[in-house]
Design a protein around this ligand. Structure first.
Ligand code: SR1
Ligand code: MG
Length: 406
């Protein structure tokens, strides 16, 4: 693919800032002290920019392809606009929980974001053994805020229709549909596992119950336009600030990286979080840290409680009150819980066998990595077999615990 817009680089960032008034107000492009490329995700360029007055910001640019693989995997750079718009929408309903968008440049697909250098990416903190108590509940609150605030529960029907139309994101949804739901069952050549996990991947692909569950998950993902969900809410999409010590409340939680946002099922975001808590638990277990593994699985309940409390509190002032009553809210809660187990199963399996993996497992020593990966796959299969029977959050935790904490 030919390059149709200029990519950011150390050499042109000062000039770029100076040419954009909304950025000039935040940082001196003619007097920069340091530019660092800090992108560690699969898709984009990300620069931390600091001037000599100590002012800083983040510039994030979408490339017309997947950074992880290069030009051989084209991907619309318009995803950056969707990220900008969804961050603003999510920030409007969760003012303290979303990174601030300074500006968006639709010509070069560049987002300017507040600098959160005093935060850490939660996945990295978890992998280093930190805890950050309170984050999981805050994320439940974030998902509930989005579930109500961007849906017909919290907004006039016409406004929801308008934003849903602007938020169509088929190209990135297809990436999720392929990588998360289809390819763990039908490998098209992108899957990889350790030699010791080849039999586990084959057993997953041959598991008819898992395949049926993935069909159900994919159908729901493609058809349930409930709210403007984040779409990729893993622990690498969350920044945290605080000591990280057990027992000390985290000072700040910020969600970012919502380029996969679209009108989809709320449970998809919850399932993504639950799956990532499962990775943290599998890692802790592999390192011989049983108590920490149990703590990681307890995050499932914390997120769920944060979600349920906020959702039910919001239900009292739902926009549509004539029909959407308390019994309906309880019914939505029960359905969402079950569906979050289904999506968690998909998210767990894809990060073990699929193209995009997670550091929680990948950075384990080779002596313990294959058994940890196996435990995640067996837990994912167990959840896929049990999701229709889930009636309380402890059902999810217990199913995962039985396979991850052996
Ligand atoms: C090609 S994109 C691979 C993965 O990275 C993102 O974080 C999403 O999870 C996507 O599935
Ligand atoms: Mg991402």
């Amino acid at each position: 693919m030919s390059q149709e817009y200029e990519f950011l680089a150390e050499a042109n960032i000062g000039e770029y800032i100076t040419a954009h008034p909304e950025l000039r107000q935040r940082i001196d492009g003619d007097n920069l002290a340091q530019i660092r490329e800090i992108g560690d995700g699969n898709l984009n360029l990300v620069f931390h920019v600091l001037d000599n007055n100590g002012r800083s910001l983040i510039l994030k640019q979408a490339l017309p392809y997947v950074r992880m693989t290069g030009e051989g995997w084209p991907m619309t750079p318009d995803r950056a606009r969707r990220e900008a718009e969804s961050l603003v929408a999510h920030g409007a309903v969760n003012p303290d929980l979303v990174v601030e968008v300074i500006s968006y440049d639709n010509d070069q697909y560049i987002l300017a974001l507040e600098d959160l250098s005093d935060h850490r990416v939660w996945r990295g903190a978890l992998n280093d053994g930190e805890c950050h108590d309170g984050v999981a509940a805050e994320l439940g609150r974030y998902v509930a805020g989005v579930a109500v605030g961007t849906s017909v529960l919290g907004q006039p029907r016409g406004e929801v229709a308008d934003i849903a139309a602007r938020s169509q994101n088929a190209e990135l949804c297809v990436v999720t549909e392929d990588l998360v739901f289809t390819e763990p069952v039908f490998d098209i050549g992108r899957n990889t596992v350790l030699p010791d996990n080849e039999a586990d991947a084959a057993a997953l692909a041959a598991d008819a119950t898992f395949a049926t569950a993935m069909s159900e998950a994919k159908w729901r993902f493609m058809t349930r336009a409930e709210a403007l969900i984040h779409g990729d809410l893993h622990t690498g999409s969350v920044m945290v600030r605080g000591t990280g010590l057990r027992g000390e409340t985290t000072e700040s939680v910020k969600v970012f990286d919502s380029e996969f946002a679209f009108y989809g099922p709320v449970a998809f975001d919850l399932g993504a979080l639950f799956a990532n808590y499962a990775f943290a638990a599998a890692r802790a277990q592999a390192l011989g840290e049983r108590e920490r593994a149990e703590w990681a699985l307890s995050l499932i309940e914390q997120t769920w409680q944060g979600f349920e409390e906020t959702y039910l509190a919001g239900a009292k002032s739902w926009h549509e009150t004539r029909l959407f009553d308390g019994a309906f809210a309880q019914r939505r809660i029960a359905d969402t819980l079950r569906e979050s187990a289904l999506f968690a199963s998909a998210k767990m399996a894809r990060r073990i066998v699929g193209a995009a993996k997670v550091a929680d497992i990948e950075t384990l020593d080779s002596s313990v990595r294959a058994p940890a990966a196996r435990s995640v796959l067996t837990a994912a299969r167990a959840l896929a077999a049990a999701w229709t029977e889930v009636s309380s959050v402890s059902d999810i935790r217990n199913t995962l615990s039985a396979h991850l904490l052996q």
